[in-house]
Design a protein around this ligand. Structure first.
Ligand SMILES: C[S@@+](CC[C@H](N)C(=O)[O-])C[C@H]1O[C@@H](n2cnc3c(N)ncnc32)[C@H](O)[C@@H]1O
Length: 350
């Protein structure tokens, strides 16, 4: 009997006990403190998962139940029965698949707001129980859902994505929709600071682009983008691009890092902890990268070409000023519901 131990230490001891199963039939009589009745489902799940993992690894054992019995003083007794299966049972063959409800409870306990939706996506994506358990565990640790799934849905399509790569934001679909209205037929599209490449790919798809090129300076982003689009280059801004693109770009989309350095600390932890700073930090006013993009844009744009970018509403005035200082003109398109602000830059609107 394990009396009054924390969930973690309980799980550890339970695991240790599983390594030395004593004969047939039972592993049980574990007591655990709970502060609140709401913790019960999570506690039992953890116990069940310890047993499940053990049964998975060892084979020849069946997990047959985990029954809570209140024993007073905020403690519960958990009877976890573990029964030897007749000879010849394949390893893991007797373990029930993880149920959606279990996953929802674990995700919710970890603070996932859309636990039901996420559980459905994890179940849909995992190829087997082992992968499912690993995905749930990573999500519970706080990894962005898209990094766990290995794909992101953007503008109605799924694109590959992996750890360390910026997850395209739903609000950027607004930029794709608005720019699609302005793009010429068979446009040559350049996605600068492309990350996963999803933005350029979605735009190219929406307008039936003639060519799509994408570039990023982060090798992880470049490798990811290459799974989603062709013609991906690596380098600082325009450095990796083929010279043949000079003066031919009809649509240059650039979602650069635009979070002011001081505002990084205010981002949700998923962004702060799992997206590299280089994908977020735009310097003191958030416009450092865009400043460099705009100063060289005219070299790459076709005569009637346009550049489209996204910033926060508070950055619009400074961006419009720096566009004008570069001898270019801008228009601003705003969607309050999405809190999305797109700035479209041309040589001239005249
Ligand atoms: C905010 S993320 C946007 C990614 C992608 N456009 C999207 O919306 O999903 C910014 C991207 O810019 C890239 N980046 C930052 N500085 C860069 C630079 N100097 N040259 C090229 N890429 C850069 C980062 O690696 C990151 O992938």
């Amino acid at each position: 009997m394990y009396a009054g131990c924390s969930l973690d230490s309980f799980a550890g001891r339970a695991r240790a006990a599983q390594l030395h199963p004593r004969g047939r039939s039972r592993f049980g009589g574990c007591t655990q403190n709970v502060r609140d009745l709401k913790e019960l489902p999570t506690a039992f799940l953890e116990i069940a998962n310890v047993l499940r993992r053990s049964a998975d690894g060892g084979g020849g054992w069946r997990l047959s139940g985990a029954d809570p019995v209140p024993v007073g003083g905020g403690r519960v007794l958990v009877e976890c029965r573990r029964e030897a299966v007749a000879t010849g049972a394949p390893a893991g063959g007797t373990v029930e698949p993880m149920e959606s409800e279990e996953i929802v409870i674990r995700l919710r306990a970890a603070g996932c707001v859309f636990a039901e939706d996420e559980a459905a996506l994890l179940l849909e994506t995992a190829r087997d129980d082992e992968e499912l358990e690993s995905m749930v565990a990573r999500r519970v640790q706080g990894l962005p859902l898209e990094h766990v799934l290995g794909w992101v849905e953007f503008a109605g399509r799924r694109y590959s994505i992996g750890p360390g790569v910026f997850v395209p934001r739903p609000r950027t679909e607004f930029l794709v929709r608005e720019v699609a209205k302005l793009a010429p037929e068979k446009a040559v599209v350049l996605d600068l600071c492309c990350g996963s490449g999803a933005v350029g790919a979605a735009l190219a798809e929406a307008i039936g682009a003639g060519e799509l090129h994408a570039s990023d300076d982060d090798p992880a982003a470049v490798a990811c983008a290459r799974q989603n689009v062709q013609n991906v280059y690596e380098g600082d801004l325009y450095d990796g691009l083929p010279a043949s693109l000079r003066g031919r770009v009809d649509v240059l989309v650039v979602i650069a890092p635009y979070v002011p350095t001081d505002a990084i600390a205010l981002l949700p932890h998923e962004a702060r902890d799992f997206e590299p700073l280089s994908t977020l930090d735009g310097g003191a006013d958030g416009l450092d990268v865009l400043r460099r993009v705009i100063s060289a844009a005219a070299e790459w744009l076709a005569p009637a070409g346009l550049l489209a970018t996204e910033v926060s509403e508070g950055q619009v005035r400074a961006l419009v000023e720096l566009v004008a200082a570069a001898g270019l003109e801008s228009t601003v398109i705003r969607d309050d519901d999405l809190d999305a602000t797109v700035v479209v830059v041309r040589r001239s609107y005249g």
